[in-house]
Design a protein. Structure first.
Length: 242
């Protein structure tokens, strides 16, 4: 992961898209629904649900929306049944793409994804065609302006909490963990007074792919098109954005 900043490649663009509050709230509600469906409605006993709720609250999602999503999942309210799926494919120049979706209609979702790939220089692939190129990791970001701690102090805190590594750039610290240690690292850093700008489980590419300007622009359009599909929760890729 050396030399690769997920923040640098993705965060500014995602922040602009996150302004679409209604669509973002809908996606977060689906995340909460699936987590509660799989592990129950108790936040203390269901870490994925707690993570989904924390993310929703960080984006100012109303508590009523959060409670409604949990109650639908636990059977306290009637609601649509969602299925969690991952699709894989290739963008222009062979860029690896993984798309996580929550859908109540697999045929509709697959058709929308296939059209998005086909219209933007890519193609939808078979399961497993690119998954081996990514690692599931915990990912945390601390903005430098939010803490008085220096790099060495934060690195020691992160390692003691169970982090695998930390990368430093001009404005931020990026901390990576394995899946099992993610909750412990997040909670301990918060307990020690660090404000986390980002705390999520994500897919980190093992290698990056660079493209010429025209292909890169087409790839960025593909990412935007995929993220605008209502059923899409996350889009992961290994494009090195210039």
């Amino acid at each position: 992961m050396a030399g690769h900043s997920k923040w640098k490649n993705i965060q500014k663009r995602k922040n602009a898209q996150d302004a679409k509050r209604g669509k973002i709230f809908m996606k977060m509600a689906k995340d909460i629904y699936v987590a509660a469906k799989q592990g129950g409605g108790d936040l203390e006993m269901n870490p994925p649900l707690r993570l989904a709720v924390d993310k929703a609250k960080a984006n100012n999602m109303p508590n009523d929306n959060i409670d409604r999503a949990i109650k639908k999942a636990t059977g306290d309210l009637d609601g649509t049944q969602y299925e969690e799926l991952t699709y894989e494919g290739y963008g222009p120049g062979g860029v690896a793409v993984m798309v996580e979706v929550l859908t109540d209609n697999k045929n509709r979702t697959a058709s929308e994804l296939r059209n998005a790939f086909n219209k933007n220089g890519g193609n939808l692939g078979e399961n497993g065609c690119v998954a081996f190129m990514f690692d599931r990791k915990g990912y945390l970001v601390i903005e430098k302006e939010s803490t008085d701690a220096d790099e060495d102090t934060l690195l020691l805190e992160a390692i003691e909490a169970g982090a695998e590594e930390m990368e430093t750039s001009e404005d931020i610290y990026e901390i990576y963990t394995d899946i099992e240690s993610f909750n412990d690292v997040r909670d301990q850093l918060r307990e020690h007074g660090f404000a986390l700008d980002t705390a999520e489980l994500t897919m980190i590419p093992q290698t990056m792919t660079s493209l010429q300007e025209n292909d890169e622009n087409t790839m960025l359009k593909l990412i935007d098109t995929l993220e605008d599909i209502e059923d899409v929760q996350e889009v992961y890729h290994n494009l090195e954005i210039s």
